[in-house]
Ligand binder design. Structure first.
Ligand code: ATP
Ligand code: MG
Length: 220
């Protein structure tokens, strides 16, 4: 089993959207998935409760209960435990980072998201835990040219020396429309751009976490 934590100190960066989309992506590809919602807002659970078709399992939990949930998930042969976390709750989030094979730090290409992310990067480094930045809600590139906010973000990420997911999730209404009905953009509009982004992002994360090199870790 692999455990993936979706984290960000900044509220609204897209943790729940990313956690739900990746959980459904893994489910659609035959993985047995549990989405653990460690945020008292329970947004991930709200989304999955609204789902009509088969999908990932979900559980309401909290930071201190995550270890027991991880052990139970392993016993019940879950392949992928995906943890959605709360903004700001550093101690709670540290539990998720410690247990995760990979933490996804979801940030928008804005100054305030970066400022908040720097502390999380420090925590991951101190814990020697692997992390991957996922840029979310980015404005779209035009004719292959990234908007200034994205260019600036990419430059800042280079300075932070953390691995960055090669797929950028753009600001697209498909992400919002999908979670409204408990689904993912891949299911709602399989040929759409959001669908392609999610498929690429999951393929990358799956290679990192389930692939041959997964045990070597990613960064620290
Ligand atoms: N790529 C995207 N494109 C368009 N809208 C998005 C995208 N990602 C997230 N959103 C929207 O941004 C808002 C915040 O997203 P979400 O709830 O996933 O963030 P969060 O980090 O989980 O928030 P919180 O800190 O409150 O838990 C939601 O309205 C969501 O639909
Ligand atoms: Mg959330």
């Amino acid at each position: 089993m692999r455990t993936i934590a979706v984290i960000a100190r900044k509220g609204g960066s897209g943790k729940t959207t990313v956690a739900v989309h990746l959980a459904i992506a893994a489910h659609l590809r035959g993985r047995r998935v549990l989405l653990a919602d460690a945020d008292p807002q329970r947004s991930s659970c709200e989304v999955l409760k609204g789902r009509r078709e088969d999908g990932p399992g979900w559980a309401e939990t909290s930071g201190p209960k995550l270890f027991a949930l991880q052990v139970a998930s392993q016993r019940s042969q879950v392949d992928a435990l995906i943890i959605d976390t709360a903004a700001g709750a550093e101690d709670e989030v540290a539990h998720a980072i410690v247990l995760a094979d990979l933490s996804l730090l979801v940030i928008r290409p804005t100054f305030l998201d970066f400022a908040a992310a720097i502390r999380t990067v420090d925590v991951m480094r101190r814990l020697h835990k692997p992390g991957l930045i996922v840029l979310n809600q980015a404005p779209t590139a035009r004719e292959g040219i990234e908007p200034p906010a994205v260019k600036k973000a990419q430059e800042a990420l280079r300075l932070m020396r953390l691995p960055v997911a090669p797929t950028i999730l753009r600001a697209r209404s498909a992400y919002q429309a999908a979670v409204e009905c408990g689904r993912s953009a891949e299911e709602l509009d399989p040929s759409g751009a959001a669908s392609q982004e999610v498929a690429e992002l999951w393929a990358f994360i799956e290679r990192l976490t389930f692939g041959k090199c997964a045990d070597r870790g990613l960064c620290a």
